[in-house]
Design a protein around this ligand. Structure first.
Ligand SMILES: Cc1cc2nc3c(=O)[nH]c(=O)nc-3n(C[C@H](O)[C@H](O)[C@H](O)COP(=O)(O)OP(=O)(O)OC[C@H]3O[C@@H](n4cnc5c(N)ncnc54)[C@H](O)[C@@H]3O)c2cc1C
Length: 415
């Protein structure tokens, strides 16, 4: 594709900004439409695995270097300590050794730092980023997409990439497959500066609660607590209420862990229920493609949502470079991504259910599995060895629901 091709990206989250950077540096004229008025400071962190680092490096070596400089590069001898709520060690996962074997490190990083790096990269590559406007739908005619915006205007483009997250408006218009499903647990995420446990990385297992902690830079630990609960309960508590309730749930746990959570500022907390969707085979409607959580929302158990969104961005850019026809490029992108992400969605769902240890018996099984395996997740190694240029076609073993595109062209106008 040449610079005469235009792409609109719906959503300026991790997937949207990575896509904007990858497409703009491939020569497309890119406009990002982000609903939020500001790219906000988001309190917690996330873990970039080797596959996400390789994808970021493929977007640009400056981006890869920026991530390594801003985050915590896991050293060759580092371990993640997996323990029970009393602080008894179940096993020590050799996360540094895994990096040595794979030739790239894991890099936990603050979300805000990653968002800012991606924003800078997208802007430097020439992407135009418009804040405070939402994408509401699209129409297609004769190889052009007309993107309908919340300010009443439309934007014409050759391609629309929907990176508008879990509750994607574009997906709703394309597939009409209803809301995502609640997985039975919620998440409270925060960060703690200056903890005595920095820079250690650990997972703490309780009954119906699991806490993941990792260093995100030279002074900050970020943490995620996943709590078994009916939907809506924890988000309704607000930040202070959720922190107090979490401290109540972990009262009596290993005291250094409790101190990490107690020292977090409530204003930094994110409280969100956890959802996913059954994998589907269709992410493309002519010149419109889904990406990131809009395409394959997943439980955070394997820490792969953002990593695979950055992979999507790289493969989409590769496909648009390889095919003169944008419609063919989107089909090529879909063919390379559906099978791989379907497997990760399903692994993440079962790993997430195991991680919760929702009853005493389930917790015993989970702790035993970790002790025996010597690591937290069953399938991580098979997932993080992805590198750009690796084609991962759909296999018969993949369980993917076939959903036809429900509305195209003028039919989507009323969505
Ligand atoms: C508890 C938890 C822990 C996690 N940990 C990890 C981890 O360690 N590693 C990892 O890889 N992943 C992790 N994830 C997953 C990761 O956060 C997501 O997969 C990732 O953020 C998805 O990026 P995205 O850009 O697709 O969607 P989002 O980050 O949701 O971004 C979507 C963007 O679109 C905007 N938007 C929404 N609707 C519209 C619209 N109509 N028009 C315009 N803009 C719109 C939103 O404002 C937002 O900015 C975790 C998730 C959770 C819940």
């Amino acid at each position: 594709m040449s610079v005469s091709h235009r792409a609109v990206v719906a959503g300026g989250g991790i997937g949207g900004l990575a896509t904007a950077a990858a497409l703009a540096s491939s020569g497309l004229a890119v406009t990002v439409i982000e609903r939020a008025a500001r790219i906000e400071d988001v309190g917690s962190g996330l873990l970039l695995y080797q596959n996400g680092i390789a994808a970021a490096d493929a977007i640009s070596s400056r981006l890869g270097a920026g991530i390594r400089a801003a985050g915590h590069v896991v050293g060759p001898d580092e371990v993640r300590v997996l323990m029970d709520s009393a602080g008894r060690v179940l096993t020590r996962e050799p996360i540094g050794e895994m990096g040595r074997r794979l030739g790239l490190p894991q890099v936990p990083i603050l979300r805000t730092a990653l968002q800012n790096l991606l924003l800078r990269e997208a802007a430097a590559a020439g992407a135009d980023i418009r804040l405070g406007t939402a994408v509401e739908g699209y129409d297609q005619d004769g190889g052009q997409v007309s993107v309908r915006l919340s300010d009443g205007t439309t934007l014409d483009s050759d391609v629309l990439v929907a990176a508008d997250g879990l509750n994607s408006a574009v997906r709703a218009a394309m597939l009409r497959d209803g809301p995502p499903q609640y997985l039975g647990y919620t998440s409270v995420r925060g960060r703690t500066v200056g903890s005595e446990l920095h820079p250690r990385s650990f997972v703490v297992n309780g009954v119906g609660v699991q806490i993941f902690v990792a260093p995100a830079d030279g002074e900050t630990l970020y943490w995620t607590a996943k709590i078994t609960s009916p939907p809506g309960v924890w988000p309704a508590m607000g930040q202070e209420g959720a922190l107090a309730a979490l401290l109540g749930r972990i009262a009596g746990w290993h005291e250094p862990v409790v101190r990490v959570i107690r020292a977090a500022a409530p204003a930094d907390l994110s409280v969100t229920d956890i959802h996913d969707r059954d994998p589907v085979s269709c992410w493309v409607d002519a010149r419109v493609a889904l990406l990131g959580d809009a395409a394959h929302p997943m439980a955070p158990a394997m820490g792969q949502g953002a990593n695979t969104a950055i992979e999507d961005a790289v493969v989409l850019a590769e496909s648009l470079r390889a095919c003169a026809d944008p419609g063919e490029a989107l089909i090529r992108y879909q063919a390379q991504r559906v099978g791989r992400t379907a497997r990760i969605v399903l692994h993440s769902r079962s790993q997430g259910a195991l991680d919760q240890g929702a009853s005493r018996e389930h917790a015993r099984v989970r702790d035993g599995a970790m002790r025996q395996r010597g690591r937290k997740d069953a399938a991580t190694l098979d997932v993080v060895d992805w590198r750009p240029g690796t084609a991962v076609p759909l296999t018969e073993a993949d369980w993917v629901r076939t959903i036809p595109v429900r509305r195209t062209g003028a039919d989507a106008a009323g969505a």
